[in-house]
Design a protein around this ligand. Structure first.
Ligand code: FAS
Ligand code: PHB
Length: 390
Protein backbone atom coordinates (compact mmCIF):
# COMPACT_ATOMS: atom_id res chain seq x y z
CA UNK A 1 0.00 0.00 0.00
CA UNK A 2 1.14 3.60 -0.57
CA UNK A 3 -0.03 6.85 1.02
CA UNK A 4 1.31 10.38 1.33
CA UNK A 5 1.29 10.59 5.16
CA UNK A 6 1.33 7.56 7.47
CA UNK A 7 -0.02 8.54 10.90
CA UNK A 8 0.88 6.33 13.88
CA UNK A 9 -1.71 6.84 16.62
CA UNK A 10 -5.45 7.40 16.58
CA UNK A 11 -5.76 9.70 19.58
CA UNK A 12 -6.61 13.41 19.27
CA UNK A 13 -3.29 14.23 17.51
CA UNK A 14 -3.55 11.55 14.84
CA UNK A 15 -7.27 11.96 14.21
CA UNK A 16 -7.15 15.77 14.01
CA UNK A 17 -4.15 15.68 11.66
CA UNK A 18 -5.80 12.99 9.54
CA UNK A 19 -9.02 14.98 9.20
CA UNK A 20 -7.22 18.20 8.21
CA UNK A 21 -5.04 16.35 5.67
CA UNK A 22 -8.05 14.57 4.17
CA UNK A 23 -9.94 17.85 3.74
CA UNK A 24 -6.85 19.29 2.00
CA UNK A 25 -6.80 16.33 -0.39
CA UNK A 26 -3.66 14.82 1.14
CA UNK A 27 -3.92 11.05 1.37
CA UNK A 28 -3.21 9.53 4.77
CA UNK A 29 -3.60 6.28 6.74
CA UNK A 30 -3.93 6.08 10.53
CA UNK A 31 -2.61 3.05 12.42
CA UNK A 32 -3.28 2.29 16.07
CA UNK A 33 -2.45 -0.73 18.18
CA UNK A 34 -5.63 -0.28 20.19
CA UNK A 35 -9.24 -0.90 19.23
CA UNK A 36 -11.57 2.05 18.70
CA UNK A 37 -13.52 1.05 21.83
CA UNK A 38 -10.33 1.05 23.92
CA UNK A 39 -9.37 4.49 22.65
CA UNK A 40 -12.86 5.83 23.36
CA UNK A 41 -12.81 4.26 26.82
CA UNK A 42 -9.95 6.47 27.98
CA UNK A 43 -11.00 9.43 30.17
CA UNK A 44 -8.60 12.35 29.92
CA UNK A 45 -8.78 16.05 29.22
CA UNK A 46 -11.72 18.35 29.57
CA UNK A 47 -10.68 21.95 28.75
CA UNK A 48 -10.27 23.22 25.16
CA UNK A 49 -8.45 26.44 24.27
CA UNK A 50 -9.94 28.64 21.52
CA UNK A 51 -7.19 27.49 19.15
CA UNK A 52 -8.25 23.87 19.61
CA UNK A 53 -11.89 24.83 19.04
CA UNK A 54 -10.90 26.62 15.81
CA UNK A 55 -9.00 23.55 14.61
CA UNK A 56 -12.01 21.33 15.26
CA UNK A 57 -14.06 23.75 13.15
CA UNK A 58 -11.36 23.71 10.43
CA UNK A 59 -11.62 19.91 10.58
CA UNK A 60 -15.41 20.28 10.13
CA UNK A 61 -15.84 18.22 13.32
CA UNK A 62 -16.94 20.89 15.77
CA UNK A 63 -20.76 20.77 15.54
CA UNK A 64 -21.38 18.65 18.69
CA UNK A 65 -18.62 20.51 20.55
CA UNK A 66 -20.47 23.80 19.94
CA UNK A 67 -23.85 22.21 20.76
CA UNK A 68 -22.79 20.44 23.96
CA UNK A 69 -19.58 22.17 25.08
CA UNK A 70 -19.78 24.67 27.96
CA UNK A 71 -18.22 28.13 27.51
CA UNK A 72 -16.38 29.23 30.65
CA UNK A 73 -15.25 32.82 31.30
CA UNK A 74 -13.35 32.13 34.51
CA UNK A 75 -11.86 29.68 37.01
CA UNK A 76 -11.54 29.87 40.80
CA UNK A 77 -8.52 29.35 43.00
CA UNK A 78 -9.47 28.17 46.51
CA UNK A 79 -7.18 28.39 49.54
CA UNK A 80 -7.37 29.48 53.20
CA UNK A 81 -11.10 28.68 53.23
CA UNK A 82 -11.93 31.19 50.47
CA UNK A 83 -12.08 31.13 46.71
CA UNK A 84 -10.86 33.78 44.30
CA UNK A 85 -12.25 34.01 40.79
CA UNK A 86 -9.82 34.62 37.94
CA UNK A 87 -11.90 36.42 35.29
CA UNK A 88 -10.34 34.93 32.16
CA UNK A 89 -12.69 36.80 29.80
CA UNK A 90 -12.00 40.25 31.31
CA UNK A 91 -8.25 39.70 31.78
CA UNK A 92 -7.65 38.41 28.22
CA UNK A 93 -9.87 40.89 26.37
CA UNK A 94 -12.66 38.40 25.67
CA UNK A 95 -11.09 34.95 25.49
CA UNK A 96 -12.66 31.91 27.18
CA UNK A 97 -12.29 28.12 27.31
CA UNK A 98 -14.70 25.38 26.24
CA UNK A 99 -15.45 22.45 28.54
CA UNK A 100 -15.78 19.39 26.30
CA UNK A 101 -14.34 15.97 27.12
CA UNK A 102 -11.42 14.59 25.11
CA UNK A 103 -13.42 11.39 24.76
CA UNK A 104 -16.18 13.30 22.94
CA UNK A 105 -13.69 15.17 20.77
CA UNK A 106 -12.05 11.86 19.83
CA UNK A 107 -15.46 10.33 19.10
CA UNK A 108 -16.38 13.23 16.80
CA UNK A 109 -13.10 12.98 14.88
CA UNK A 110 -13.45 9.19 14.55
CA UNK A 111 -17.03 9.54 13.27
CA UNK A 112 -16.01 12.13 10.68
CA UNK A 113 -13.07 10.01 9.54
CA UNK A 114 -15.40 7.04 9.03
CA UNK A 115 -17.81 9.25 7.07
CA UNK A 116 -14.93 10.51 4.89
CA UNK A 117 -14.00 6.93 4.05
CA UNK A 118 -10.37 7.51 4.98
CA UNK A 119 -8.51 4.40 6.16
CA UNK A 120 -7.86 3.74 9.86
CA UNK A 121 -6.25 0.44 10.83
CA UNK A 122 -6.92 -0.44 14.49
CA UNK A 123 -5.49 -3.36 16.47
CA UNK A 124 -2.34 -3.09 14.34
CA UNK A 125 0.49 -4.93 16.10
CA UNK A 126 4.21 -4.10 16.00
CA UNK A 127 3.73 -0.86 14.08
CA UNK A 128 7.25 0.17 13.09
CA UNK A 129 8.54 3.25 11.23
CA UNK A 130 11.43 2.56 8.83
CA UNK A 131 13.93 4.60 6.76
CA UNK A 132 12.59 7.97 7.85
CA UNK A 133 16.13 9.35 7.66
CA UNK A 134 16.07 8.69 3.91
CA UNK A 135 13.64 9.72 1.16
CA UNK A 136 11.57 6.54 1.07
CA UNK A 137 10.09 6.01 4.52
CA UNK A 138 7.67 3.22 5.23
CA UNK A 139 5.68 1.74 8.10
CA UNK A 140 5.16 -1.96 8.74
CA UNK A 141 2.58 -3.59 10.99
CA UNK A 142 1.07 -6.97 11.69
CA UNK A 143 -2.57 -7.91 11.71
CA UNK A 144 -4.00 -11.40 12.09
CA UNK A 145 -0.46 -12.75 11.79
CA UNK A 146 0.22 -11.09 8.42
CA UNK A 147 2.90 -8.39 8.07
CA UNK A 148 1.87 -5.37 5.98
CA UNK A 149 3.90 -2.48 4.53
CA UNK A 150 2.83 1.09 3.85
CA UNK A 151 5.16 3.21 1.70
CA UNK A 152 4.75 6.93 2.31
CA UNK A 153 6.29 10.39 1.94
CA UNK A 154 6.11 11.29 5.64
CA UNK A 155 5.40 9.62 9.01
CA UNK A 156 3.55 11.47 11.79
CA UNK A 157 4.36 9.97 15.20
CA UNK A 158 1.11 10.67 17.03
CA UNK A 159 1.48 7.64 19.30
CA UNK A 160 1.72 9.23 22.71
CA UNK A 161 4.31 9.06 25.47
CA UNK A 162 4.68 5.29 25.35
CA UNK A 163 4.58 5.06 21.56
CA UNK A 164 7.07 3.54 19.12
CA UNK A 165 7.93 6.68 17.14
CA UNK A 166 10.15 8.49 19.63
CA UNK A 167 11.74 5.17 20.57
CA UNK A 168 12.66 4.62 16.91
CA UNK A 169 14.94 7.67 16.88
CA UNK A 170 18.63 6.93 17.56
CA UNK A 171 19.64 8.06 21.07
CA UNK A 172 22.34 10.38 19.69
CA UNK A 173 19.77 12.25 17.59
CA UNK A 174 17.37 13.17 20.39
CA UNK A 175 17.60 14.99 23.74
CA UNK A 176 14.98 14.66 26.48
CA UNK A 177 14.13 16.80 29.50
CA UNK A 178 12.04 15.38 32.35
CA UNK A 179 10.69 16.22 35.78
CA UNK A 180 8.63 13.64 37.71
CA UNK A 181 6.37 14.99 40.47
CA UNK A 182 6.18 13.21 43.86
CA UNK A 183 2.41 12.69 43.69
CA UNK A 184 -0.43 11.73 41.34
CA UNK A 185 -4.06 12.66 40.68
CA UNK A 186 -6.87 10.37 41.73
CA UNK A 187 -9.79 11.24 39.45
CA UNK A 188 -13.43 10.18 39.28
CA UNK A 189 -16.34 10.69 36.93
CA UNK A 190 -19.87 10.69 38.39
CA UNK A 191 -23.25 11.58 36.98
CA UNK A 192 -23.92 14.30 39.56
CA UNK A 193 -24.24 18.07 39.00
CA UNK A 194 -20.93 19.92 39.46
CA UNK A 195 -20.45 21.81 42.72
CA UNK A 196 -19.76 25.07 40.87
CA UNK A 197 -20.52 26.57 37.45
CA UNK A 198 -16.79 26.98 36.78
CA UNK A 199 -13.67 24.96 37.66
CA UNK A 200 -12.21 25.22 41.16
CA UNK A 201 -8.47 24.60 41.72
CA UNK A 202 -8.00 24.12 45.49
CA UNK A 203 -4.76 24.31 47.47
CA UNK A 204 -5.29 22.74 50.93
CA UNK A 205 -2.86 21.51 53.61
CA UNK A 206 -4.21 17.98 52.89
CA UNK A 207 -3.37 18.42 49.21
CA UNK A 208 -4.63 19.72 45.87
CA UNK A 209 -8.18 19.15 44.63
CA UNK A 210 -9.86 20.07 41.32
CA UNK A 211 -13.58 20.39 40.70
CA UNK A 212 -14.28 20.06 36.99
CA UNK A 213 -17.09 18.74 34.84
CA UNK A 214 -18.13 17.26 31.49
CA UNK A 215 -21.64 18.77 31.53
CA UNK A 216 -24.02 20.29 34.10
CA UNK A 217 -25.03 16.71 35.03
CA UNK A 218 -21.63 14.98 34.90
CA UNK A 219 -18.79 15.95 37.24
CA UNK A 220 -15.06 15.28 37.03
CA UNK A 221 -13.20 15.58 40.35
CA UNK A 222 -9.55 14.99 41.28
CA UNK A 223 -7.59 14.87 44.54
CA UNK A 224 -3.79 14.84 44.81
CA UNK A 225 -2.58 11.50 46.17
CA UNK A 226 0.76 9.84 46.98
CA UNK A 227 2.43 8.08 44.05
CA UNK A 228 2.13 4.67 45.71
CA UNK A 229 -1.61 5.05 46.37
CA UNK A 230 -3.74 2.03 45.51
CA UNK A 231 -7.02 2.73 43.69
CA UNK A 232 -8.70 -0.19 45.48
CA UNK A 233 -8.17 1.65 48.79
CA UNK A 234 -10.42 4.46 47.62
CA UNK A 235 -14.11 3.67 47.73
CA UNK A 236 -16.49 6.45 46.76
CA UNK A 237 -17.20 7.47 50.36
CA UNK A 238 -13.50 8.00 51.05
CA UNK A 239 -13.14 10.05 47.87
CA UNK A 240 -16.13 12.30 48.55
CA UNK A 241 -15.03 12.87 52.19
CA UNK A 242 -11.49 13.79 51.10
CA UNK A 243 -12.69 16.10 48.34
CA UNK A 244 -14.96 17.97 50.71
CA UNK A 245 -12.18 18.32 53.29
CA UNK A 246 -10.05 20.13 50.71
CA UNK A 247 -12.72 22.65 49.63
CA UNK A 248 -13.86 25.86 51.34
CA UNK A 249 -16.88 25.15 53.57
CA UNK A 250 -19.38 26.96 51.30
CA UNK A 251 -18.42 24.62 48.45
CA UNK A 252 -17.94 21.47 50.55
CA UNK A 253 -21.50 21.62 51.87
CA UNK A 254 -22.85 21.87 48.30
CA UNK A 255 -21.00 18.88 46.81
CA UNK A 256 -23.56 16.45 45.34
CA UNK A 257 -22.18 12.95 45.77
CA UNK A 258 -23.10 9.80 43.89
CA UNK A 259 -21.60 6.57 42.53
CA UNK A 260 -18.47 7.04 40.42
CA UNK A 261 -18.36 5.18 37.10
CA UNK A 262 -14.72 5.89 36.40
CA UNK A 263 -11.88 6.09 38.92
CA UNK A 264 -8.17 6.19 38.08
CA UNK A 265 -4.80 7.49 39.27
CA UNK A 266 -2.57 9.40 36.83
CA UNK A 267 1.10 10.12 37.59
CA UNK A 268 2.34 13.67 36.92
CA UNK A 269 5.40 14.45 34.85
CA UNK A 270 6.88 17.18 32.67
CA UNK A 271 8.68 15.85 29.61
CA UNK A 272 10.00 17.33 26.36
CA UNK A 273 11.90 15.64 23.52
CA UNK A 274 14.01 17.79 21.21
CA UNK A 275 13.94 18.11 18.26
CA UNK A 276 10.45 17.02 17.12
CA UNK A 277 11.49 16.27 13.53
CA UNK A 278 13.80 13.58 12.19
CA UNK A 279 13.85 14.14 8.42
CA UNK A 280 10.62 12.38 7.27
CA UNK A 281 9.40 11.52 10.83
CA UNK A 282 7.57 14.17 12.89
CA UNK A 283 6.70 13.72 16.60
CA UNK A 284 3.31 15.19 17.55
CA UNK A 285 1.49 15.68 20.88
CA UNK A 286 2.27 13.39 23.79
CA UNK A 287 4.86 11.55 21.66
CA UNK A 288 6.99 14.70 22.04
CA UNK A 289 5.91 16.30 25.32
CA UNK A 290 3.97 15.63 28.51
CA UNK A 291 2.69 18.20 31.02
CA UNK A 292 1.04 17.76 34.43
CA UNK A 293 -2.72 18.30 33.82
CA UNK A 294 -2.84 21.22 36.29
CA UNK A 295 -2.68 23.76 33.46
CA UNK A 296 -5.11 21.85 31.16
CA UNK A 297 -2.46 22.02 28.40
CA UNK A 298 -1.81 18.43 27.23
CA UNK A 299 -4.55 18.05 24.68
CA UNK A 300 -4.26 21.70 23.61
CA UNK A 301 -0.51 21.37 22.97
CA UNK A 302 -1.24 18.34 20.78
CA UNK A 303 -3.62 20.55 18.80
CA UNK A 304 -1.04 23.30 18.20
CA UNK A 305 1.52 20.70 17.07
CA UNK A 306 -1.08 19.44 14.59
CA UNK A 307 -1.67 23.00 13.37
CA UNK A 308 2.04 23.58 12.66
CA UNK A 309 2.58 20.18 11.02
CA UNK A 310 -0.58 20.39 8.90
CA UNK A 311 0.43 23.87 7.65
CA UNK A 312 3.86 22.51 6.73
CA UNK A 313 2.52 19.45 4.92
CA UNK A 314 -0.07 21.49 3.05
CA UNK A 315 2.68 23.93 1.87
CA UNK A 316 4.80 20.96 0.79
CA UNK A 317 2.12 19.42 -1.40
CA UNK A 318 0.32 22.58 -2.56
CA UNK A 319 3.14 25.10 -2.87
CA UNK A 320 6.11 22.77 -3.26
CA UNK A 321 7.68 24.56 -0.29
CA UNK A 322 9.33 22.89 2.72
CA UNK A 323 9.56 26.09 4.77
CA UNK A 324 6.75 25.01 7.12
CA UNK A 325 8.17 21.51 7.60
CA UNK A 326 11.63 22.93 8.23
CA UNK A 327 10.19 25.30 10.87
CA UNK A 328 7.94 22.71 12.53
CA UNK A 329 10.18 21.60 15.37
CA UNK A 330 11.29 25.08 16.36
CA UNK A 331 7.73 26.51 16.23
CA UNK A 332 6.16 23.57 18.11
CA UNK A 333 8.87 23.52 20.79
CA UNK A 334 8.67 27.29 21.36
CA UNK A 335 4.98 26.96 22.22
CA UNK A 336 5.43 23.64 24.05
CA UNK A 337 8.08 24.97 26.45
CA UNK A 338 5.84 27.91 27.41
CA UNK A 339 3.03 25.45 28.17
CA UNK A 340 5.46 23.20 30.08
CA UNK A 341 6.50 26.22 32.15
CA UNK A 342 2.90 27.22 32.88
CA UNK A 343 1.87 23.66 33.80
CA UNK A 344 4.91 23.33 36.10
CA UNK A 345 4.13 26.70 37.71
CA UNK A 346 0.43 25.88 38.28
CA UNK A 347 1.49 22.54 39.78
CA UNK A 348 4.02 24.13 42.13
CA UNK A 349 1.64 26.80 43.47
CA UNK A 350 -1.34 24.48 43.97
CA UNK A 351 0.03 21.18 45.29
CA UNK A 352 1.52 20.23 48.66
CA UNK A 353 4.96 18.75 48.03
CA UNK A 354 6.15 16.10 50.49
CA UNK A 355 8.97 17.48 52.62
CA UNK A 356 8.32 21.13 51.72
CA UNK A 357 10.12 23.40 54.20
CA UNK A 358 8.60 26.39 55.95
CA UNK A 359 10.26 28.84 53.54
CA UNK A 360 8.90 27.15 50.40
CA UNK A 361 5.44 26.97 51.94
CA UNK A 362 5.54 30.72 52.64
CA UNK A 363 6.65 31.34 49.04
CA UNK A 364 3.65 29.32 47.78
CA UNK A 365 1.32 31.37 49.99
CA UNK A 366 2.91 34.60 48.73
CA UNK A 367 2.39 33.44 45.10
CA UNK A 368 -1.31 32.86 45.77
CA UNK A 369 -1.65 36.15 47.65
CA UNK A 370 0.05 38.04 44.78
CA UNK A 371 -2.16 36.28 42.21
CA UNK A 372 -5.36 37.31 43.94
CA UNK A 373 -4.32 40.94 44.56
CA UNK A 374 -2.47 41.85 41.35
CA UNK A 375 -4.21 42.29 38.00
CA UNK A 376 -0.86 41.85 36.28
CA UNK A 377 -0.25 38.50 38.00
CA UNK A 378 -3.80 37.31 37.31
CA UNK A 379 -3.48 38.41 33.66
CA UNK A 380 -0.35 36.31 33.26
CA UNK A 381 -2.22 33.25 34.58
CA UNK A 382 -5.27 33.99 32.44
CA UNK A 383 -3.43 34.44 29.12
CA UNK A 384 -1.64 31.13 29.60
CA UNK A 385 -4.76 29.29 30.74
CA UNK A 386 -6.86 30.34 27.71
CA UNK A 387 -3.88 29.45 25.51
CA UNK A 388 -1.05 31.52 24.04
CA UNK A 389 -1.43 32.35 20.33
CA UNK A 390 -0.38 29.69 17.81
P1 FAS B 1 -2.65 9.84 23.00
O1 FAS B 1 -1.82 9.14 24.03
O2 FAS B 1 -3.99 10.34 23.35
O3 FAS B 1 -2.86 8.85 21.74
C1 FAS B 1 -1.80 8.04 21.27
C2 FAS B 1 -2.40 6.89 20.48
O4 FAS B 1 -1.32 6.13 19.93
C3 FAS B 1 -3.22 5.94 21.34
O5 FAS B 1 -4.48 5.72 20.77
C4 FAS B 1 -2.39 4.65 21.39
O6 FAS B 1 -3.19 3.48 21.38
C5 FAS B 1 -1.57 4.75 20.12
N1 FAS B 1 -0.28 4.06 20.22
C6 FAS B 1 0.61 4.09 21.24
N2 FAS B 1 1.68 3.32 20.96
C7 FAS B 1 1.45 2.77 19.73
C8 FAS B 1 2.18 1.87 18.90
N3 FAS B 1 3.36 1.38 19.30
N4 FAS B 1 1.64 1.52 17.71
C9 FAS B 1 0.43 2.02 17.30
N5 FAS B 1 -0.30 2.88 18.05
C10 FAS B 1 0.21 3.24 19.25
N6 FAS B 1 -4.58 16.65 29.15
C11 FAS B 1 -5.31 17.73 29.53
O7 FAS B 1 -5.28 18.75 28.83
N7 FAS B 1 -6.10 17.68 30.66
C12 FAS B 1 -6.20 16.53 31.42
O8 FAS B 1 -6.90 16.49 32.41
C13 FAS B 1 -5.47 15.38 31.05
N8 FAS B 1 -5.55 14.22 31.77
C14 FAS B 1 -4.83 13.12 31.37
C15 FAS B 1 -4.90 11.88 32.07
C16 FAS B 1 -4.14 10.76 31.66
C17 FAS B 1 -4.23 9.46 32.42
C18 FAS B 1 -3.28 10.87 30.54
C19 FAS B 1 -2.44 9.69 30.09
C20 FAS B 1 -3.21 12.07 29.84
C21 FAS B 1 -3.99 13.21 30.24
N9 FAS B 1 -3.95 14.41 29.55
C22 FAS B 1 -4.67 15.50 29.91
C23 FAS B 1 -3.13 14.54 28.41
C24 FAS B 1 -3.85 13.92 27.24
O9 FAS B 1 -5.10 14.54 27.08
C25 FAS B 1 -2.95 14.05 26.05
O10 FAS B 1 -2.40 15.35 25.95
C26 FAS B 1 -3.63 13.69 24.77
O11 FAS B 1 -4.21 12.42 24.89
C27 FAS B 1 -2.58 13.75 23.68
O12 FAS B 1 -3.11 13.16 22.56
P2 FAS B 1 -2.17 12.30 21.58
O13 FAS B 1 -0.92 13.05 21.33
O14 FAS B 1 -3.07 11.90 20.45
O15 FAS B 1 -1.74 11.02 22.43
C1 PHB C 1 -10.69 17.77 33.47
O1 PHB C 1 -11.87 18.20 33.42
O2 PHB C 1 -10.40 16.57 33.28
C2 PHB C 1 -9.57 18.76 33.76
C3 PHB C 1 -9.84 20.11 33.75
C4 PHB C 1 -8.81 21.01 34.01
C5 PHB C 1 -7.54 20.53 34.29
C6 PHB C 1 -7.28 19.16 34.28
C7 PHB C 1 -8.30 18.26 34.03
O3 PHB C 1 -6.54 21.42 34.55
Amino acid sequence: MRTQVAIIGSGPSGLLLGQLLSLAGIDNVILDRASKDHILGRVRAGVLEEGTVRLMDEARSGARMHAEGLLHDGISLAFDGRDHRIDLFDLTGGKRVTIYGQTELTHDLMDHREQSGMLSINEAANVTPHDFDGNAPRVTYERHGVTHRIDCDFIAGCDGFHGVSRRSVPDKAIRTFEKVYPFGWLGILADVPPVNDELIYANHPRGFALCSMRSMSRSRYYVQCPLDEKIEEWDDRRFWDELRRRLPAHHAERVVTGPSFEKSIAPLRSFVAEPMRFNRLFLVGDAAHIVPPTGAKGLNLAASDVHYLFEGLREHYRDRSNAGLDAYSQRALARAWKAVRFSWWMTTILHRFPGTGAFDQKIQEAELDYLTHSRAAATALAENYVGLPF
